[in-house]
Design a binder for this molecule. Structure first.
Ligand SMILES: Nc1ncnc2c1ncn2[C@@H]1O[C@H](COP(=O)(O)OP(=O)(O)OP(=O)(O)O)[C@@H](O)[C@H]1O
Ligand SMILES: [Mg+2]
Length: 440
């Protein structure tokens, strides 16, 4: 990392820098800011490897910190906290999800020095892995994602088959592309075939090709996808759906790198790397006789698991920011970002449809929502799961606002009907709308 060590020291209200470069090992370049806004300006101009921020549950709005963290994906942040503040649940969650480490005050210079050294080391490591991340467009800094980047990096240096396992929508295809793009085959084709999307009689031609006249209706010779991918990479997606007889053909190809077009008189050699992906558990498919054991062992040389989004909720703010930027053109000009309620609801949600569901919810909220800051309701999520530090009154208030808001969205032009469905009078509904600053 260009031999430069940068530290951003953010301590709201602080009158002098916490550290001087003489306090630390190595040549740190230290930039201090006494407010979050000042820090946001600093990170616009340069990338910091390490940031130190004093967190105080009472005087820092969480959203401001979140915005700073989202804007600094390459920075490893260390929180400075007073011992007592760790009782605050929201603060604890924030530290746990996005911080590299924390340091409890009073300052112990030797310990902090070691922590900052580690943080710098991790930032450097991550930068090596970013080669892949940059090429392949993958977003996420959580420990499971960093582990995945390392696995992608290793798999891309090898040429053995890869088996990618992960729930639907976790990013299996993106991982396969990442391996291809960082491998020696990067300048050759990458072709993905969904083995579950075609009927059994077509998938054979699709994969292996056929000669003219191989069967009724085969008027022309067709090149199969495996041959077309040479000398690149073929992704066999949903490999668990491959019919048993074709599993034999594939096994033969993996063994001797030869394929036989349907109707051809002799096999031909093809140089292609095979990546297979599956959302079903293939071991179980083997146990149930739906998948050939020998093929499973042939494919299962390098195995990568893509973690479900619920195992990396710390990445949700980064991912949602990415998709927000991606779909900005489709949204109204007044949509500016996510409300803290929206961020909270996204952090509490279990994301059964994983990243694909996140994309759909963000896109829907951006196009259909009518607030400058996207709300939990715009995302179709409830803000009902309360954060640990909310009073009962705050929870009631949130719930009230949410129900009224969604009713008004459903029945925008009929206040009487909305009031009837909510079981209150029109006057009460108007009063509540005023209280929550809602308009029909
Ligand atoms: N880490 C990530 N960063 C950015 N985008 C991502 C990430 N993971 C997934 N996506 C996006 O989410 C969508 C779903 O990813 P992908 O198609 O790779 O998932 P999949 O596991 O193959 O899903 P399925 O099992 O449904 O085929 C894609 O639009 C992809 O670009
Ligand atoms: Mg897929």
């Amino acid at each position: 990392m260009e031999g430069k060590r940068l530290l951003l020291d953010v301590r709201p209200g602080a009158t002098e820098p916490l550290l001087s470069s003489g306090d630390l090992d190595g040549d740190w370049e230290i930039h201090a800011s006494d407010c979050i806004d000042g820090a946001k300006t600093l990170v616009r101009d340069r990338t910091f490897q390490v940031g130190v921020i004093a967190l105080n549950a009472t005087d820092l709005p969480t959203t401001a910190i979140e915005e700073l963290l989202v804007a600094t994906p390459q920075t490893r942040w260390v929180a400075l906290v007073k011992a007592g503040t760790l009782a605050d649940e929201a603060l604890r969650r924030l530290i746990y999800q996005v911080f590299f480490d924390f340091h409890t005050l009073p300052l112990d210079l030797a310990r902090l020095r070691a922590t900052l050294g580690h943080a710098y080391g991790m930032a450097t490591l991550n930068n090596t892995a970013r080669d892949c991340e940059g090429d392949c467009n993958m977003v996420g800094q959580s420990p499971p994602m960093r582990e995945l980047y390392r696995a992608i990096h290793k798999a891309s240096r090898a040429d053995a088959p890869v088996l990618i396992h992960g729930e639907s929508g976790t990013g299996k295809e993106l991982v396969a592309q990442a391996i291809h793009k960082s491998s020696a085959r990067r300048n050759s084709p990458f072709i993905a075939v969904n083995c579950g999307a075609l009927p059994a009689n077509l998938i054979q031609s699709e994969l292996f090709g056929h000669e003219r006249g191989a069967f009724t209706g085969a008027h022309r010779r067709m090149t199969g996808k495996i041959e077309a991918a040479a000398p690149g990479t073929i992704l066999l997606d949903e490999i668990g759906d491959l019919p048993l007889d074709l599993q034999v053909n594939l096994l033969r190809f993996l063994e001797d790198h030869r394929i036989e077009r349907l109707g051809a008189s002799s096999p031909m050699e093809v140089n292609v790397r095979v990546i297979a992906a599956s959302h079903v558990n293939l071991e179980q498919a083997v146990a149930e006789g739906r998948f050939r054991e020998d093929l499973f062992y042939r494919l299962n040389v390098l195995r990568l698991k893509v973690p479900p989004l619920r195992m990396r909720v710390g990445d949700v703010p980064l991912l949602s920011k990415r998709f927000f930027d991606q779909f900005r053109a489709e949204a109204g000009p007044s949509v500016r970002g996510f409300s803290s309620g929206a961020l909270q609801s996204m952090a509490n949600y279990s994301w059964p449809g994983n990243v694909r569901e996140l994309i759909n919810r963000v896109r829907h909220a951006m196009v259909m929502g009518e607030h400058a800051l996207i709300t939990a309701a715009d995302l179709g999520l409830t803000a009902m799961t309360p954060a640990g530090d909310m009073t009962l009154d705050q929870v009631r208030d949130d719930a009230e606002r949410l129900v009224i808001e969604s009713t008004l969205q459903r029945i925008p032009s009929n206040i009487s009907e909305a009031a009837r469905q909510l079981g209150v009078s029109r006057v009460t509904l108007y009063r509540l709308m005023q209280k929550h600053e809602l308009r029909p």
